[in-house]
Design a protein around this ligand. Structure first.
Ligand code: NAP
Length: 324
């Protein structure tokens, strides 16, 4: 049997299945669930190959194999929900690959999951994104929007969570890139990237997701929570803030026309380079801030300031290279 075919120890009744539980957001949700005394089960496409992506405390958690492109009906999801009381969906793709299309991963599979949750009486917490309320041309944003609409219509109980951009001292494809770019002496920015970002710490998001997974009262329907950090900054100011972690000298800012940035985003999509995509170019032109920030209330304290960590901060451990 291949390691990937493994489905570990059966879940204990009432456990929380974290789909994408080895991803950037998912592993912080798993860590927070463990810290809050819950028993997470980790969903992954490769359950036998994720140890190096997990915090040490989570390596003993049971795992279940979940490939969204193959889970497009409620019936397909039902066996994965055995003995599960709550599902936290942290799955998302930046770019399409073969059968892993935006529509399947962000819309059809979550819609089928919501129907399975409704039938089984399982609570569903779905991680989405801000900035989906305006018309979008990118398939990435449209699929996320369609996914949200399907969940709201599903009759399942739970919530949709829309975080702003995430930051962490280490880890996370986008967060790592933004911190790298911030170090550069010249910041090349699209002139039309005028939207504001309320970046938040991924550890705070993990904690909030764990709270939303196990609320004190469980009301019917899909609630919506928009989450952000303490400040709303333009991309230019956000990069300047992160740069101060490494250098007291401000970077030179070079603004490029919007059409050129758009062309660049399509080129990045074509060759799967950098986290800059057409969808993200669209997002940068609109505000990415919560209308009402639910994060402080969920945490019961102020969110952590972003970009204030000392170099070498190890709150999110540096990931080990994959031994496989
Ligand atoms: N990062 C941010 O700043 C940010 C901000 C707002 C919203 N979001 C949204 O939050 C979600 C997660 O983001 P993230 O930063 O945690 O991304 P990530 O680190 O790439 O994690 C996504 C996880 O999804 C799983 N996955 C990918 N394709 C899959 C498939 N076909 N079937 C099943 N699982 C699959 C992967 O798990 P395995 O490799 O283990 O299978 C991966 O660990 C995305 O929808 C993203 O748009 C992110």
């Amino acid at each position: 049997m291949r390691r990937d075919d493994l489905i570990d120890v059966p879940a204990r009744p009432g456990q929380t299945l974290v789909l994408g539980g080895a991803g950037f957001i998912g592993r912080h949700a798993v860590q927070a669930l463990l810290a809050q005394g819950h028993a997470p089960v980790i969903g992954s496409r490769h359950p036998g190959r994720i140890d190096h992506r997990l915090p040490a405390a989570a390596r003993g958690c049971p795992r279940r194999k979940a490939r969204f492109e193959a889970l497009l009906t409620a019936d397909a999801w039902i066996p994965l929900l055995a003995e599960i009381r709550v599902v936290v969906n942290c799955v998302g793709i930046l770019r399409q690959r073969g059968r892993e299309t935006y529509q399947r991963v962000h819309h059809q599979a979550p819609a089928a999951l919501a129907e399975a949750c409704r039938r089984s009486g399982v609570r569903l917490v779905h991680v989405s994104a801000l900035g989906l309320d305006l018309p979008a041309r990118s398939g990435f944003l449209r699929s996320k929007c369609d996914g949200e609409a399907a969940l709201k219509a599903s009759g399942a109980t739970g919530c949709i969570v829309r975080p702003s951009l995430l930051d962490a001292p280490h880890g996370g494809y986008g967060a790592r890139w933004i911190r790298r770019v911030a170090r550069w002496p010249v910041h090349v920015l699209p002139a039309d990237a005028t939207g504001r970002i309320a970046a938040l710490d991924v550890q705070d998001l993990g904690e909030a997701l764990a709270r939303l997974a196990h609320p004190i009262t469980d009301e019917a329907g899909m609630a919506e929570f928009e989450l952000g950090g303490l400040e709303a900054l333009s991309l230019r100011d956000y990069l300047a803030r992160l740069r101060r972690l490494h250098s007291p000298r401000p970077a030179r800012v070079l603004l490029i026309p919007g059409w050129l940035a758009r062309l660049g985003s399509h080129a990045c999509d074509l060759v799967h380079a950098t986290p800059f995509s057409f969808g993200h170019w669209e997002l940068l032109r609109r505000d990415n801030c919560p209308r009402i920030n639910h994060l402080p209330a969920l945490l019961g304290r102020a969110p952590r300031p972003v970009g204030a960590d000392a170099p070498g901060d190890v709150r999110s451990p540096r990931l080990q290279p994959d031994p496989a």
